[in-house]
Design a protein. Structure first.
Length: 353
């Protein structure tokens, strides 16, 4: 089974490395079939459908793109230098987060509501090293999204128990954790579905998404103290009537570009939007041939590829027939901007922990 998948993935790697024309034709066919208009010039996609791809993150020191397939409990690493990809099956419940650590061969993982260290070279995945437990007393909560801030702290948001596409409201929180103890510090509570996290280029603002609110919010961010304050809404996607999907679109993963604009994946909306946070409006929108877009990150040597993860979770056979690329990873090129280096977790003792 995996051998077959790897063959598909290698096909994607070839596409990634130059056979773009072939993909453009493929895209045109897809576009006609789905009667969609693509605003971007070219894109590639994996022919390997994940069930629920999430947490894409670029490690610019090692030229590796990481992501997870949440329900299959796998972590993926795509080495842009060797064009090889590796996967690690975890097998301890939903895997929602992977995050590189400064100067370390290990990775931080979010599994269920726990934070662990993963060492790729350890043969036994149960050898994960425990760091912290979040939302104790709420065993059905899930650590949903996490990023490192400019000081290398881990910002981690949870979501409440989920049944189908519905998540119990106000049962979760946003935390920060920092070395050496990684004691979870509550930053915001309650939240429903803690999602997109991004910092302004000058690190004085934290942009944040609790998907259930359908808003993109901002806080003043005190980098020295690691505290947030003065929450305000900068965009309410409910006010944009651009999609009439059911369920209604909610904002999910988020990243920032080098011009200071936000890129947000619209789950159930099948699109990526670019937001001007000063003018508080959507300035660009990119429609994809799938409905369940989960997250975004910048990757590649010049950070000009926008990686978009998608999902096929909870889709029935008819929906999958209409949207066969659900679960694929899309790579958008030539967007006229690019990313900035994202921060890694700081954990001095991670290799000997
Ligand atoms: C990526 O591949 C290159 C070339 O094979 C190799 O030298 C490098 O160590 C790999 N990087 C990682 C992080 O595995
Ligand atoms: C981690 O290492 C840096 C650089 O050596 C040092 O300044 C810092 O105090 C260390 N932090 C901890 C928590 O050990
Ligand atoms: C930092 O960036 C934010 C968001 O772009 C902006 O609103 C703020 O004025 C900037 N702060 C400083 C001190 O430049």
């Amino acid at each position: 089974m995996y051998a077959l998948k790897i063959v598909f993935f290698v096909t994607f790697l070839h596409a990634l490395r130059g056979e773009i024309n072939k993909n453009v034709n493929k895209n045109e066919i897809q576009a006609q079939k789905h009667k969609l208009h693509y605003h971007f010039e070219t894109y590639d996609y994996t022919t390997l459908p994940f069930t629920h791809a999430e947490s894409p993150v670029w490690d610019g020191d090692n030229n590796v793109l990481y992501w997870v397939d949440v329900l299959n409990q796998n972590v993926y690493a795509l080495n842009y230098t060797s064009k090889q990809h590796r996967l690690k099956h975890i097998g301890k419940g939903e895997v929602n987060i992977v995050l590189p650590i400064e100067g370390s061969k290990r990775l931080l993982l979010g599994v269920q509501a726990f934070v662990y260290l993963l060492d790729w070279d350890e043969p036994n995945p149960t050898d994960l090293k425990f760091i912290a437990a979040l939302d104790q007393g709420s065993p059905n909560n899930i650590l949903n999204e996490g990023k490192a801030d400019v000081r290398g702290r881990f910002w981690a948001g949870t979501k409440g128990p989920q049944h189908g596409d519905v998540v119990l409201e106000d049962h979760a929180a946003l935390y920060s954790l920092e070395q050496p103890m990684f004691e979870p510090r509550v930053q915001l509570k309650p939240v429903s579905i803690s999602n997109g996290i991004a910092w302004s280029l000058n690190n004085s603002v934290l942009f944040y998404i609790d998907s259930a609110t359908r808003t993109i919010d901002a806080f003043d961010f005190d980098a020295a103290k690691g505290r947030i304050s003065k929450r305000r809404t900068i965009l309410d996607i409910g006010e944009y009537n651009f999609m009439k999907t059911a369920p209604a679109p909610i904002p999910d993963g988020m990243t920032i570009d080098r011009d200071g604009f936000l890129w947000v994946a619209l789950m159930f909306g099948g699109a990526i939007i670019r937001i001007d946070p000063e003018a508080r409006r959507v300035v660009e929108k990119y429609k994809l041939p799938v409905t369940r877009t989960t997250s975004v990150t910048w990757a590649g040597h010049s950070l000009e590829e926008l990686i978009v993860t998608t999902s096929r979770r909870n889709m029935d056979a008819n929906e999958l027939k209409r949207e066969p690329l659900s679960g694929a990873i899309f790579i958008l090129h030539k967007l006229g901007t690019g990313g900035v280096r994202t921060h890694k977790l700081k954990f001095n003792d991670s290799d000997i922990y």
